[in-house]
Every structure is written in structure tokens, then in C-alpha cells.
Design a protein around this ligand. Structure first.
Ligand SMILES: [Zn+2]
Ligand SMILES: [Zn+2]
Length: 803
């Protein structure tokens, strides 16, 4: 008789057994078949794990368990990305220090993560806000600094004048403070940058060989934004300044009819003549309040103001008006453009609005098309003096050469990618290990003095006044001596972007407890990560930063590889009634309620069954009962084990086929189709009174990666009390038993498909040809022509050649 399964009980029991036997720590000395399987770590919030967490961790664990049963030495670590704004905001609101709330949240979250029943190696857990970890984030900063990849520069921060505080980008909503709805302004501050742009080309080229989703590679490619073109220097009439521009179309130089600077361009003040200063200043004031996205929107009506100055075209000496406009961004290129309205729609719209001239310089074949519309494609030059008649591509070469010869520019490659601004005026982050000394300037903290610990004597407040950074309010933290000249000096009061913490964490996991190195150099053969799984929203931030840091550490001599994640997959999204789950919409599903009722095996199996893993699916409260019934049927099927009987050959064949196809599906992370094949098998087995060992064993083994606790329980009940089901080998199928015994034959007449029919295995060639000739749709061709040839590709195609 089958005993009822109490899911809650067996889950606790097996989780405890796994922990006691250390079964989720791999053998780090054994590199054969090592498999480093990583899911993106998460932020420990006070809330419970949501469906999205489960959907990231559950299915990936199923894959990891499948790999283990197939002989892989699997390492699946877990940790917490625990610095960041939420803990700090919580401190401001409730007075609980971030250290305390984070610790409590990690405790709660770990308990819930354990319910998933995943093969997480908790002996290598890491936590980015732990001193033992952030000491090495500081080391990373110093490595970048020593190698010229960390530098300071003045850059604007979001500033709320009413709250008297710096705001993170996510605290600014449509230009207003998220807390008090005051209009946010910009304030200039000296901040730290990492020079990711030094790696722009390599980051771009390296994408090619990565086994990553093509959409993600495409997003990184666009983000890096390589363009090939030229730099051109324009001199200015009655002024000793120059304007330097980048253009991808130097061949249109004769079509330049005005110039535009970004409102923030340093030359604006110098170029503004007295009669135009009121207009210009008003315009600058307005544009400061707009975001870059607003300003660069293509369909936005063009605005601008004339400075009163003129640039001189170096090719024909023409004097052209210099304007400022929000559609030119200071953050891209040099913050200035040469405007060619006949070849660029935005320039065209601007010229029309402000009555600026338009000169046609490119057409498809070099003859004028009237110049009433903008043509941005390549073609042949016209109205371009010595370039007339040249193809655009050739004219580009000619212009670039001339620019170089005259020392006023030349060919240039430009990237959209900016350096990575890592300074944060926040408390809950990694302190920047730099001391500012009046004598010596910025001095790195000696490595022996790390970690620079976060002070605890901070008053958490929503305003820090002119100090700007919370750390600056702690005198014990701020005041120190210069490591160089030993005179009194001040610590850098900023902390690092949390993306710095997560840019290198995967390197440390194989020995997360090592104290004298950032990562265990003797375990580098475990890297890079074999499979990385996480949300697609990280495409251009975390995933790009991790690639950059890996390449930098390789160049500093710490690593022998340059890409962190060999294969990447993004899990899909679980929706509710077709819409994204969100707290504000009130349509979230709490996993706990369902786990308490059905158990975590049922819950994770249902998530996997809902749809293709990379697409996700729609949650349905009733859907989980279907999975629950399926698992009950499996339990009943196992109880029918009886070794004295033999089962029907057709059942043996079905089991062999299921072994083959479920293995293929799991190997490609096609969990939903694997589960439906197991359902089909279980349904067939349910109709039989007695099952042999092969049937029951196969069912349990195939199900083990999907429902680990239940499978352990059934395995110990019917097979081996002492050895885990995950120490069993994945079942093998007998290929002679899964040859299909029915085939579909396609029938062609003169190469065109005219019909098809099924044959049994072993049908003779003569018989097949006879059946083909007898098809209704084929007979008429034979009546009207002469059959000259019959071709038969066994079990596939008949082709009749008729003349
Ligand atoms: Zn405010
Ligand atoms: Zn000094």
C-alpha cells in the first residue's frame, strides 16, 4: 500500500539530510566535468521571496541536478547583493541601522531560499556588505586606480534643493524629487569614474563568441555604440576658439549650413555676443531642467537660440551661424555638431523652423532631386566642388585625408559608451579607499590598511546639507592622516555604486571564505562560470560591468580569461492574468501560501510547466492542482512495484522513449515539455495494475531533478535507503527499442509534393512504390504521362519522374 506523502515533512527531512551530508559542496579538486552554475544573487529585502525569485532559482536547480546525475561535478553557490539604497531609506524612516536590517533580512531570505530545495553550496555563501567581502571591493578599486583606470572628474549630481540632498536617478521621477515633489536641479561634484571606455572595442568584439541571447548581445552592441567617421575642426570668425565635431558623414561637408552646440558646451559663453545673451541664458536655464531622454526625443519640436557667432567651413570658407539646442547632448562626442539639413532629419526640421539654408549635397545618382526633402542615405556627391561625382564612400576617404593633411582632423572612431561613474553620495555602500591631502592630493589607502570600515556614528537623515555625503557627517571617519606625508587629511566621503560589488563576486564563490586574497587563485580553473542565469534587465549594466572588470583583472595579471560568463540565459516572466505582477497593481502571487498547501516540489514543477523557461507563463491558481494530481499519480504508480511481473513491450518502449526525450529536453532547459512527457508516461502507467522495477525506477529518476524531495523520498522507500537518488546515474535508454515503427512517406511527382501515407517498419520497397502509385493525387499524372523513373529514399520519400 502507498503511504500518503506529507510534502512539508519530507521537504524538511531531505533538506536536513542534504545539509548534514554536505552533498551540495562539490569536490573542488576534481576538475573533470566541473560545472559552475550561477544564478544572479539577489537583494535581501524584508519581503518574502516572490515568484520571480522562484522562477530564477527553481528551474536552474533542476538543470543543475540533471547535470549532476549525468556526471557533472556541480557548483551552485548563493549569496546576497546587500548594499544599496533600500536599507538606507529604511534606516531614515524607522531608525534601524542598515547593518541590522540587512542582517535580519538575509536570515529570513536564507530560510526561504532553503525551501526551494536547491543544491546551493551554503559553505561558500557571500554577502557584499560584509567587511570580509568589501575589503576586496576596495582592493579592486585600488587595482583600477594603480593601473590608470580609476580617475576623478567633476560631474553633475541630481540635487533636491528642498531636501538638501543628492538623489539617485531612481529617486528622480520626471524631473521631480520622489520624496517632496520639488523640481530637481543639477549640482557639480568631483566624482570617481572607471575607464570602461578603454575596453570599448574589446567589449564589442568579444560579444561575437559568447553563447548569450542575441538580443542581449545586440543591446550591448548598441550601448557601446561604435561609429566610424571623422573629426573636423572649425575655426570661428573674429574669435581664437575652435569647434571640434564628430561626424559619420564627412562627405557632406559642403552641406554644412549651420553649427549647433549643446547648451552646456564650455564655449557657449565665449561665443555669445552681447545682443544674444538674454536669449541664450534663458534657453540654458530651460534646458538644464530637462533630462537627456526628453531632449533627444526625435519627434520633439526643435528649439534653440543663436549665439551671434559664425563658424568657418574649412573646405569652402563659408561663414555659418552657431546655435545652441537641446537636441545636441554634451555627453555624446564633443557636444557640438556640424548641421547638414539635406542629410539629417533633425537638422532638416531645425533648419526649416529657424529659416536656415539647406544645400543638397548627396543624391542617389548625383543629379539634383530638388532638395526639398532630407536624404540620409549614401549616393553620389553634388554641389560639393571637387567631390562632385564621387560616391559617398570614396568622398569620405578623400575628405578624411585632406583633414589629416591640413591638421584639422581626420578619420576617427567614436563610441557612445561613457566611463562608469561609480561615486555615490550614500551611506550603505563600500567606502572609497582614498585619502585627500592638501599636500599630496588624492592618495590611495595602503592595502594593509583595508578594509576602510563604514562608520556607525552616523545620524540617518533625509538631509545632509552641504556635506552632501552621509559619511562626511562622521568626524571619526572623515578625519585621518595622509598615508604619504602623515599630515591631517580627509577620507573620500563617497561610497561605490553597488554594481562595483557585483562586478566581481562570481570570482570569489569557489572559496568565499578566503581571507588573504580576493579570490582563490588555486581555484581559478573553476572559472569562468559555465552557465549564468538572471533577468534580461541587466543587459547593459551588470553584464557589461562584469565583462569589463574581468578583462581589466586579466590585464593586471590576476586572471587568465577575459569573459566571465560562457553561457547566459534570461528566464522569462511569470504574469498574472496576462499582466506583469506588481505590488501596486495588487496582482502578486505569494509563493508561501501555495507551498504550505502543496509543497515546494509541486510549486517549482508548476512554474516550470507553465511555459518555455525563457518566455515565462501566466499564473493560474487552478493550474497548480493539475501538477499536484500528476505527482499523486506518480506516488501511486511507484506503489505498484512488483518484480515478479513483466510489462508489455509497448510500455517498455514508451519508457525508453521517455528517457530519451526527457533527457534531451532537460539538457536544453525545456522543462515544460519534459514535464508533459512525464505526465503522458505516468498516465499510461496508471492504467496498469503492476509495474516492474525498471518502470518505477525510471519514473523516479527522470522526475528527480524536477521534484527533488519527493524523488528522494520515493527512492529511499522503494530502492535504496542509504544512497541519495542524486548519486544515481541518469537512466540510459535502449536505442533499439525506440526506433519508430511507423514512418510517413512523402510522395513527389517530378520533385513536387503530391501526397503522403504511413508505412510500418519493414515494408518492402515494391510495396511502398505500389502504394505511392495508387495515391489519388498521383494516378492522374501517370495516366497522362510515362513513368520513367522511381526513386525511393527508405522510410522517407518516393519521387516519381514522369514525362
Ligand atoms: Zn526633495
Ligand atoms: Zn599628504
Amino acid at each position: 500500500m502507498d503511504k500518503e506523502i506529507n510534502y512539508i515533512e519530507i521537504e524538511k527531512k531531505w533538506q536536513q539530510k542534504w545539509a548534514e551530508s554536505n552533498s551540495h559542496t562539490p569536490d573542488f579538486d576534481n576538475l573533470d566535468d566541473k560545472f559552475y552554475c550561477l544564478t544572479m544573487f539577489s537583494y535581501p529585502s524584508g519581503d518574502k521571496l516572490h515568484v520571480g525569485h522562484w522562477y530564477n532559482y527553481g528551474p536552474v536547480d533542476t538543470y543543475a541536478r540533471y547535470k549532476k546525475m549525468n556526471g557533472s561535478n556541480v557548483f551552485q553557490p548563493q549569496g546576497f547583493d546587500s548594499f544599496g539604497l533600500p536599507a538606507e531609506n529604511y534606516a531614515i524612516k524607522h531608525g534601524v541601522p542598515p547593518l541590522e536590517s540587512t542582517k535580519a533580512n538575509i536570515g529570513k531570505m536564507k530560510e526561504q531560499l532553503q525551501r526551494i530545495g536547491a543544491m546551493f553550496d551554503w559553505s561558500n555563501e557571500l554577502n557584499t556588505s560584509d567587511q570580509k567581502y568589501y575589503r576586496w571591493t576596495q582592493w579592486l578599486f585600488l587595482e583600477l586606480y594603480k593601473n590608470g583606470l580609476a580617475y576623478q572628474k567633476t560631474a553633475p549630481v541630481n540635487w533636491c534643493p528642498s531636501c538638501a540632498t543628492v538623489l539617485a536617478n531612481e529617486q528622480v521621477k520626471d524631473g521631480f524629487c520622489d520624496r517632496c515633489a520639488t523640481q530637481v536641479t543639477k549640482r557639480d561634484l568631483k566624482q570617481w569614474f572607471f575607464k570602461i571606455t578603454d575596453y570599448a572595442e574589446e567589449l564589442l568584439v568579444g560579444l561575437h563568441d559568447l553563447d548569450w541571447p542575441s538580443k542581449t548581445k545586440h543591446m550591448q552592441k548598441n550601448w557601446i555604440g561604435k561609429s566610424i567617421g571623422a573629426e573636423i575642426t572649425f575655426s570661428i570668425k573674429d574669435n581664437d576658439s575652435n569647434i571640434s565635431v564628430f561626424t559619420t558623414r564627412p562627405d557632406t561637408i559642403y552641406g554644412v549650413t549651420y553649427m549647433v552646440l549643446a547648451p552646456e558646451h564650455p564655449l557657449v559663453e565665449k561665443l555669445t555676443t552681447s545682443g544674444n545673451s538674454v536669449n541664450i541664458n534663458n534657453y540654458i536655464e530651460i534646458s538644464r531642467k530637462k533630462s537627456e531622454i526628453e531632449r533627444s526625443a526625435i519627434d520633439k519640436e526643435k528649439t534653440g537660440a543663436f549665439t551671434g557667432s559664425y563658424a568657418i567651413n574649412p573646405f569652402n570658407g563659408e561663414e555659418r551661424q552657431i546655435w545652441i539646442s537641446g537636441y545636441v547632448l554634451i555627453s555624446y562626442g564633443s557636444g557640438a555638431i556640424m548641421a547638414v539639413p539635406s542629410g539629417d532629419q533633425r537638422d532638416f526640421d531645425f533648419a526649416q523652423k529657424f529659416n536656415l539654408p539647406i544645400t543638397e549635397v548627396t543624391s542617389k545618382d548625383g543629379t539634383s532631386e530638388g532638395g526639398n526633402e532630407c536624404y540620409s542615405g549614401y549616393g553620389v556627391c553634388l554641389n560639393s566642388d571637387s567631390l562632385n561625382g564621387l560616391k559617398s564612400e570614396d568622398a569620405i576617404t578623400v575628405v578624411c585625408e585632406e583633414l589629416k593633411n591640413r591638421s584639422i582632423g581626420g578619420a576617427k572612431v567614436q563610441f557612445k559608451l561613457h566611463d562608469w561613474l561609480i561615486s555615490r553620495q550614500r551611506y550603505w555602500g563600500t567606502p572609497i579607499p582614498i585619502v585627500h591631502c592638501d599636500n599630496c592630493g588624492s592618495v590611495p589607502v595602503p592595502e594593509n590598511d583595508l578594509p576602510i570600515k563604514l562608520p556607525t556614528d552616523i545620524e540617518f537623515s533625509s538631509t545632509y546639507g552641504d556635506d552632501i555625503s552621509p559619511l562626511a557627517t562622521s568626524q571619526t571617519f572623515l578625519n585621518t592622516e595622509c598615508p604619504n606625508c602623515k599630515k591631517p587629511a580627509k577620507r573620500d566621503p563617497d561610497t561605490m555604486d553597488t554594481f562595483v560589488c557585483s562586478s566581481w563576486y562570481y570570482l570569489r564563490y569557489p572559496n568565499a571564505n578566503i581571507s588573504n586574497q580576493p579570490f582563490d587563485k588555486s581555484l581559478l580553473s573553476w572559472l569562468p562560470v559555465d552557465l549564468y542565469v538572471g533577468g534580461a534587465e541587466h543587459a547593459t549594466m551588470h553584464l557589461l560591468y562584469a565583462r569589463f572588470i574581468t578583462k581589466a583583472l586579466r590585464d593586471f595579471g590576476h586572471l587568465n580569461f577575459g569573459e566571465p560568463f560562457k553561457k547566459l540565459i534570461h528566464q522569462g516572466t511569470i504574469t498574472k492574468d496576462g499582466t506583469k505582477m506588481s505590488k501596486s497593481k495588487g496582482n502578486t502571487v505569494s509563493p508561501d501560501k501555495f507551498i504550505d498547501q502543496y509543497g515546494s516540489d509541486t510549486f517549482r514543477a508548476y512554474l516550470m510547466f507553465m511555459g518555455p523557461f525563457e518566455e515565462g507563463g501566466d499564473w493560474n491558481d487552478k493550474g497548480i492542482t493539475g501538477i499536484s494530481r500528476f505527482l499523486s499519480r506518480v506516488v501511486k504508480n511507484c506503489a505498484k512495484i512488483d518484480n515478479k511481473i513483466e510489462i508489455d513491450t509497448s510500455i517498455t518502449k514508451l519508457i525508453n522513449k521517455t528517457i530519451k526525450t526527457v533527457g534531451e529536453d532537460l539538457n536544453q532547459l525545456k522543462f515544460n515539455t519534459a514535464i508533459s512527457k512525464l505526465m503522458e508516461l505516468s498516465n499510461v502507467l496508471a492504467k496498469i495494475d503492476h509495474l516492474n522495477e525498471f518502470a518505477v525506477k525510471s519514473l523516479i529518476l527522470l522526475l528527480a531533478p524536477i521534484t527533488p524531495h519527493l524523488s528522494e523520498e520515493l527512492w529511499s522507500r522503494y530502492f535504496d535507503k542509504d544512497v541519495s537518488v542524486f548519486d544515481q546515474k541518469w537512466p540510459k535508454f535502449n536505442s533499439s527499442l525506440i526506433i519508430d515503427d511507423e514512418f510517413e512517406i512523402a510522395v513527389q511527382v517530378n520533385g513536387k509534393l503530391r501526397g503522403n501515407f504511413n508505412i510500418k517498419l519493414g515494408t518492402s520497397k515494391d510495396k511502398v512504390l505500389e502504394m505511392a502509385r495508387n495515391l489519388d493525387n498521383v494516378g492522374k499524372f501517370l495516366l497522362n504521362g510515362i513513368l520513367v523513373k522511381e526513386i525511393y529514399i527508405p522510410n522517407k520519400i518516393v519521387n516519381l519522374v514522369v514525362k
